[in-house]
Design a protein around this ligand. Structure first.
Ligand code: 6GU
Length: 255
């Protein structure tokens, strides 16, 4: 059975959306991974199929009902009892490359997408029938109008790591935030291709030298320099790891 994502949403037509294109889309069409949606509205019980109601205590907007969302999550868990349930939300634990990698090594994920002001808090306090508690994950410190686009971002980061999705084996291992041990925590080095000259700018000579040892050393130096200048937070963590392990090869994992 391939990696299977089940997205719980009141907007199932948003999927696969961008995930139906390019790398992820090809892999989806080839059965390398599977995508299902569950329409939360199908779990409503009244004739108007309400999924939301006014907030207790007053205030703006609407809140998704615990009973409706709870039934939908239970239904998804019954089909996939062994996968994590993740709710995309700006208050969640930040998504990292490590988390994406861990998810890609599992059998799938259930993504619970909220809309309106949010989901009744009791859904997050609840332990579901198989012992699962919902994990909250954020893709960054800004607010989206619903969890769907964040769910797509999470899935894109996971799907590209599945075996057989990326072309060249090494195209992942040297890039920014790769989990590869020695490049871990560095930004990507710069890339160039034809033409050799564009708008008066040439390709760095070393890349045309054919000297692979020199090229590797140059790329490493560029990656380190960019990280130091552009992401001092990552550079500090990288240096701390390098300090703790010999030969300038940081250990796997980051602080
Ligand atoms: Cl993961 N979800 C939503 N709805 N908004 C967000 C987010 C996630 N991350 C940042 N903003």
């Amino acid at each position: 059975m391939p990696f299977t994502a089940t997205v719980l949403t009141i907007l199932p037509d948003m999927f696969p959306g961008p995930l139906g294109h390019s790398l992820a889309g090809t892999a989806l069409n080839n059965g390398v991974w599977g995508l299902k949606t569950l329409d939360i509205r199908e779990f409503a019980s009244d004739k108007h199929r309400s999924v939301d109601d006014t907030p207790a205590g007053g205030g703006p907007g609407m809140v998704m009902r615990a009973d409706v969302v709870g039934r939908c999550v239970e239904d998804a868990i019954a089909r996939q009892p062994d996968v994590p349930v993740i709710a995309p939300t700006p208050r969640g634990k930040p998504l990292t490359q490590q988390r994406a990698k861990a998810l890609s090594e599992g059998s799938g994920v259930i993504l619970l997408c909220g809309r309106f002001e949010g989901i009744d808090e009791r859904v997050f306090d609840h332990t579901f029938s198989n012992g699962t508690q919902i994990e909250q994950v954020s893709i960054g410190d800004y607010v989206l109008s619903g969890g769907e686009m964040a769910a797509m971002v999470i899935l894109d980061s996971v799907v590209r790591l599945l075996p057989g999705v990326m072309g060249a084996a090494e195209s992942e291992s040297e890039e920014s935030f790769s989990v590869d041990a020695s490049w871990d925590g560095l930004l990507e080095y710069p890339h160039y291709t034809r033409p050799r000259e564009w708008e008066g700018r040439t390709i760095p000579e070393v890349l045309l030298s054919g000297n692979h040892a020199r090229i590797s050393a140059w790329r490493r130096a560029q990656a380190e320099e960019r990280t130091r200048l552009w992401r001092p937070d990552l550079w500090e963590a990288y240096e701390a790891r390098r300090e703790a392990s010999p030969k300038g090869k940081p250990r796997k994992g980051r602080s």
